[in-house]
Design a protein. Sequence first.
Length: 451
Amino acid sequence: MSLRLRLSLILGGGFILIWVLASAWMFRDLRNQMMFSLDQRLVASARMVAGLVDQLPPKAQGGATTRFSAGALTIPDGMACKVSSLRGEILARSHTGAEPDLASHSGFHDQTIEGEAWRTYTLDRGDVRITTADRTQEREALNSSILLAASAPVLVALLGSLGMLWMGLGRGLASLNRIRDALLKRSPDALEPLAIGHLPSELKPLLESQNQLLQRIGRTLERERRLTGDAAHELRSPLTAIKTHLQVARMTDARVRDQALEHAELATDRLHSTLEQLLLLARVEGSLSFDDGVQLSPEQVARAAIHDACAGDRERIRLELPGSLADTALGLPSALAIAALRNLLDNALRHSPADTNVHLTLRTEGAEALFEVRDFGPGISDEDLQHLTERFWRSSTSSGCGLGLAIVKAIVHRCGGALRFQPQADGLQVVLALPMLKGQPSQNVFSLGQS
């Protein structure tokens, strides 16, 4: 069912109900007024006949057999009239023998005489009693004709209102049809915002939401294209290296074969690491949820990140904690916090000499937890500093896949944190600021040894 038809049925049903109730009220009041007017006609006729009787000569007044025609009594057509004494003697009537005997009771009465319903009114004037009457059937026929004449304009007005409602809804929904037509005319690959002018204020949020959806879809498709392109570019080299080393191992033996297999294993490890980093970056930049219900404190995140760092070099990490550290949970999923800090630690270990340590200092500042990672490597130039968080950017001395810091930047952007690089004379210091939940304690889900 279309929206126009549904609204027409709902509003039209409401209009019909209101018009029916109003018409019933109006017709009921009109009927009461009509019956009151007909009753007043009986009263006026009775008083008029009383006035005529008062003007008769006394002799005529006392004659028991005096008769007057309807014209003499001036009785309207369709009405009956009887003039009698208080003793019940009929002095006059409107039509000789034409009307049934009207019972004489003071005031208004409804009577059934010879199978016909009558409405009567009796007026006592001195020693004379005057009764006027008309048939109920004629009264109802007159009332029905008046009600029928009054119902015609009401019916026309109701039908006109429904027609105007149908056309008004069609006119009001034309803007929705414009949006629909604009969407139907677009190509499947078109993701630019819709530009439709002169929309009602109620439809502008809908258009804005539609454009925001198109932008999100565009960003999602762009991320997928980038992921596909990055995967095709970055995985080609390790796969080629693995294939080459396996071919060398097949054609050689002894020491050369072992060396080729070792190189193939290293290329496999690099391929595995690159795949993991690519998938993590795609999840972070997308809308996938990382919330596992676990809330960790900054210290727990630091110890978990050290535990997940490069297995052979984690002993080189020195964790420095302040004297008193609040056990407040971080305001982001624990998996993201651990992944960001682990990438920073791996990057610091990779660029530091094997005989030097990496310092991880933890402190809080306001509603943020600050993780300071300090290495003592060769440092970085100002020119290369601006490329650190770019995808697949590697310095000439780097052996990584170039995704670690890009993932950290994506996590910081997603969770409202901050990432600062502070070059030192003998290395690089990176400050990772992550928000904390105010007054929310962490959960002690695991215990790790002191690093």
